[in-house]
Design a protein around this ligand. Structure first.
Ligand code: PGA
Length: 233
């Protein structure tokens, strides 16, 4: 299984150094990936985990103030990058076309993209979620070779579930995962959105989950250890 940790914009320098030390002691047989805030990347010792970025630029390099390129992230030992997190789609107005560019930049730089997709509460209630997800998947993977397409890890993160404590039921997750598999039968698919040490027993009963993308839980390492211990392969 893949356990990806998204620290978002948390942890200042001192806090991160302490956090990093504790993370190095986490006991797991799974693939652990830490995506710290970009500024903390050089402080991450990554002996016990792989390093990932939370975002990379859609540009290769050049005059783009404030941007970090995929190649730069790679030279700081990142092996993965999150792409198209819903917070970026909403706050930074990232489009599906942007996610497509970013996936291409990451693959060119040897980073494995973790593409986030997911519907809002309204889109779920109006039964438009499949339409939204298929658009996100189709545009993000446009013009990729079959081999490159398969390298993309998909993270299904319903927006109504992120940070809310509410998770979809297993039937809803299974349905979306089989839907994703119709587009990308060989890709790894993660679940993200309020996953924690309490609901993992329920999530364990889903059919296809290849791992988890964890926000809030990434900051609570004791609970993360409990979560990891409870994961059933
Ligand atoms: P959460 O966040 O686990 O705090 O819901 C997940 C994410 O935003 O990736």
């Amino acid at each position: 299984m893949i356990i990806a940790l998204n620290n978002k914009s948390h942890l200042d320098k001192e806090e991160f150094e302490k956090y990093n030390e504790e993370l190095e002691t986490i006991n797991t047989r799974h693939t652990l990936i830490l995506c710290p805030s970009t500024i903390n990347i050089p402080l991450a010792t990554h002996k016990n985990y792989y390093l990932g970025a939370q975002n990379i630029s859609k540009f290769k390099e050049g005059a783009h103030t404030g941007e970090v390129t995929a190649t730069q992230a790679y030279t700081y030992d990142c092996k993965y990058t999150i792409i198209g997190h819903s917070e970026r789609r909403e706050e930074q107005h990232e489009s599906n076309e942007d996610t497509n560019e970013k996936i291409k930049r990451s693959l060119d730089a040897n980073l494995t993209p973790i593409l986030c997709i997911g519907e809002t509460k309204e889109e779920r209630e109006e039964n438009r979620y499949k339409e939204v997800l298929s658009k996100e998947l189709t545009i993000a993977t446009r013009d990729l070779t079959e081999t490159d397409k398969e390298k993309v890890i998909i993270a299904y993160e319903p927006i109504w579930s992120i940070g809310t404590g509410i998770i979809p039921n297993n039937n809803q997750i299974d349905e979306v995962f089989s839907f994703i598999k119709e587009f990308l039968p060989n890709n790894k698919i993660l679940y993200g959105g309020s996953a924690n040490e309490e609901n993992i027993d329920e999530l364990n009963n889903c059919k296809y989950i290849d791992g988890y993308l964890l926000g809030g839980l990434s900051l609570k390492l004791e609970n993360l250890q409990v979560f990891i211990d409870k994961i059933k392969d």
